[in-house]
Design a protein. Structure first.
Length: 243
């Protein structure tokens, strides 16, 4: 079976700053709107250490998902329209659909695939220096697909200058991305049940999308979604671990 897998980058075991300093919440409110409480879920900022993992440099594409559908996978809504643009990120994917895709891919390859948890996602996006955006601390419209920089969803890897320090693309704007993690308060603890895929509850999505203002594309921005909900602005990327 010819499966058009994405490129993966290996992130070494590393410590990184997760979240937003409480002292910065008022500045976020002044810059992007709302009140400081609107950003409270990003706080407190805390340092955690992640063991090494490999993450796809781009979201799952229509082309990759089409291979899954051709072998019995569930198509998303609007698939007929999506299938005409193989280089775009696949969208209209529920959280269970994303997990089913990972299980299928794991079964047919020599590795184990899964959704990243939100700490893995954030580390891949911001590196280990606590930057605001994947490329640094200053916003730049030329580096990401958000409201004001594009009028339609672009193909993956359309903004190479928006890469993170690890080489991950499209982590600011484009499409929101599912993570494994439940909507829980910080500090983040990987072993407190928030990454239990059998547990009920809303799941964290990350990254913002091409119709959102760029405040949603900050590396620390958290949003949440009912796992059975979907929309044309929501996709996913995958991590890989040896089986």
């Amino acid at each position: 079976m010819n499966i058009p897998l994405p490129t993966f980058v290996t992130i070494p075991t590393t410590a990184f700053l997760m979240g937003t300093n409480e002292s910065d919440l008022s500045t976020l409110a002044k810059t992007y709107g709302g009140t400081r409480e609107s950003y409270r879920e990003e706080s407190p900022q805390h340092r955690i250490t992640l063991t090494s993992y490999a993450i796809a440099t781009t979201p799952v594409t229509v082309a990759l998902y089409a291979t899954y559908i051709a072998h019995g996978g569930e198509p998303p809504s609007s698939w007929h329209a999506q299938s005409a643009s193989p280089a775009l990120p696949v969208v209209n994917i529920t959280w269970p659909m994303a997990n089913a895709f990972c299980a299928w891919l794991s079964h047919h390859t020599a590795a184990h695939y899964a959704l990243p948890d939100e700490a893995q996602w954030e580390c891949a996006a911001r590196g280990n220096d606590g930057r605001q955006f994947p490329w640094g601390n200053s916003w730049d419209d030329s580096r990401a697909a958000v409201r004001g920089s594009c009028t339609q969803l672009p193909p993956v890897a359309s903004y190479p200058s928006g890469a993170s320090s690890w080489g991950c693309l499209d982590m600011a704007g484009g499409v929101w991305e599912w993570t494994t993690s439940l909507d829980r308060l910080y500090p983040y603890h990987a072993d407190d049940g928030r990454n239990d895929i059998q547990a009920p509850g809303r799941r964290i999505i990350r990254g913002g999308c091409y119709v959102n203002p760029h405040g949603y594309a900050r590396c620390a921005c958290r949003f949440r979604m009912d796992p059975l909900m979907t929309n044309p602005f929501l996709g996913f990327r995958i991590i890989k671990n040896p089986s």
